[in-house]
Design a protein around this ligand. Structure first.
Ligand SMILES: [Zn+2]
Length: 446
């Protein structure tokens, strides 16, 4: 168990008058407080992934949107500053609840306008991912709706997705464009994500995914389209500060590893971070991509042993620039694959693993991180503790936000999820159970 940081002597600097986050908030009587402390410079790997920093009968004090102090309830209630200011503090009794950092959903595609119900039925009837794409479904079928939609209509759809995530305990989300597939519609998607982010209490990290799939009008001319991504989309998104990352879908039927390198190079030239979808449908060599310092490589269903070794070695060799392997079992589940990424092999080999929803209309229409945790435990043999760490602190590392997010420690953003369960293992146990009782974002109840 992690050593508790005592309240005594830790709260003295708090000034009530300079509180941007409303009244100071004190959560007490938390039977299981999962701090995920100590968070360090690097993502959790190996055995450390299962360490939750659990404090029994815990308490958390938040003020000014930040976590100020963390420890035992008895120490909090004895603290002289808290005793003196008790009336000005909003106190929440968390008896019978588990409190953990708000989930960091580090891979989502919320900028779409409609569910893909035709694809859903075709798949039930036995069509494969590629057969659906050939029949006019798939990613390209979401493009028309996005191109036609106004920025505000698109923002409404994005916001609806964010709100559904928040209700299930997610307080930080990565949001990709990728259903516009031309300069205007990709920029509009990023603007819509920005507009939705503005109206949402949580934190949003935007990603340009112009290279999601080659659009119909460039069929058979991947190179030409990649040039547009590199020369137009990436520079414009950077210039207007619309995205922090650039993503590429590097797979059979999408983009080649060479194209991914071109796009990564263009992104790096603009000072943007990079991440990629890799090895979802077939194996592609990921080692060459590592030199671009991707924050995350996602899916990894068909990753080779050599690439697992390269990912693990990279984690050890360059601690400041670690690449997280983000697994998205919601897609495997929804596609009915009956096969899941080999999380155990990745974790046991020392690769840092995160979990995300991959929320999107074609292959993973879920906003629920607790459901993803259930899938990870049941189908990928991750322990409940590993799944929670992968969905919080390692998700934060996958967005290079771990200095602010992903653990409950003094100085970090006061983003907390409160679950109506007695034991943290119940969070993945109650399949699609929606036990999230409350969410606190920047020290405010939502
Ligand atoms: Zn994705």
């Amino acid at each position: 168990m992690a050593k508790a940081i005592l309240f005594r002597g830790k709260v003295k600097d708090t000034r009530l008058g300079q509180n941007s986050g409303g009244l100071p908030l004190l959560l007490v009587n938390i039977p299981q407080l999962l701090t995920l402390a100590p968070s360090v410079q690097v993502p959790r790997r190996g055995h450390a992934l299962g360490e939750l920093g659990l404090i029994e009968d815990g308490a958390v004090l938040c003020t000014g949107g930040k976590i100020v102090s963390v420890g035992k309830t008895k120490d909090a209630l004895r603290d002289s500053w808290i005793r003196k200011n008790r009336r000005k503090i909003r106190e929440i009794d968390c008896s019978g609840k588990v409190v953990l950092p708000g989930f960091v959903d580090s891979h989502t595609h919320p900028a779409f306008t409609a569910p893909r119900l035709m694809d859903f039925e075709r798949r039930i009837a036995g069509a494969t991912y590629e057969q659906i794409a050939e029949a006019g479904g798939g990613i390209r079928s979401s493009v028309e709706g996005v191109r036609k939609a106004s920025r505000s209509a698109l923002a409404e759809h994005v916001l609806a997705g964010f709100n559904a995530m928040l209700a299930r305990g997610t307080t930080t989300v990565e949001a990709k464009s990728g259903y516009g597939l031309n300069l205007d519609a990709e920029l509009k998607s990023l603007e819509a994500i920005g507009d939705a982010a503005h109206q949402w209490p949580g934190t949003v990290v935007s990603t340009l995914l112009g290279a999601h799939v080659v659009p119909r009008e460039y069929e058979g001319r991947e190179e030409k389209y990649v040039r547009i991504v590199c020369k137009e989309m990436v520079p414009r998104a950077a210039e207007r500060k619309l995205a922090r990352f650039v993503d590429v879908f590097c797979d059979r039927g999408a983009f080649s590893p060479e194209s991914a390198e071109h796009i990564f190079f263009a992104a790096r030239e603009q000072g943007m971070g990079v991440r990629a979808h890799v090895c979802q449908l077939n194996h592609c060599e990921i080692a060459p991509l590592l030199k671009y310092d991707p924050a995350s490589l996602d899916h990894l269903d068909h990753v080779s042993d050599d690439d697992i070794a390269a990912l693990a070695a990279q984690s050890i060799m360059s601690p400041a620039y670690q690449t997280v392997a983000t697994l998205v079992p919601g897609a495997n589940h929804f596609l009915g694959l009956g096969r899941f990424p080999d999380a155990r092999k990745l974790i046991d080999s020392g690769v840092p693993v995160a979990l995300a929803t991959d929320y999107n209309p074609g292959t993973s229409p879920t906003t629920s991180m607790p459901f993803v945790l259930s899938l990870a435990c049941t189908h990928m043999k991750m322990t409940p503790a590993e799944a929670i760490a992968a969905a919080t602190i390692n998700g934060a590392h996958a967005l290079r936000l771990a200095e602010r997010k992903g653990s409950i420690e003094p100085g970090k953003d006061a983003d907390l999820a409160v679950f109506d369960v007695n034991d943290y293992r119940e969070i993945p146990y109650w399949i699609a159970g929606d036990r999230c009782a409350a969410v606190i974002v920047a020290g405010l109840e939502t």
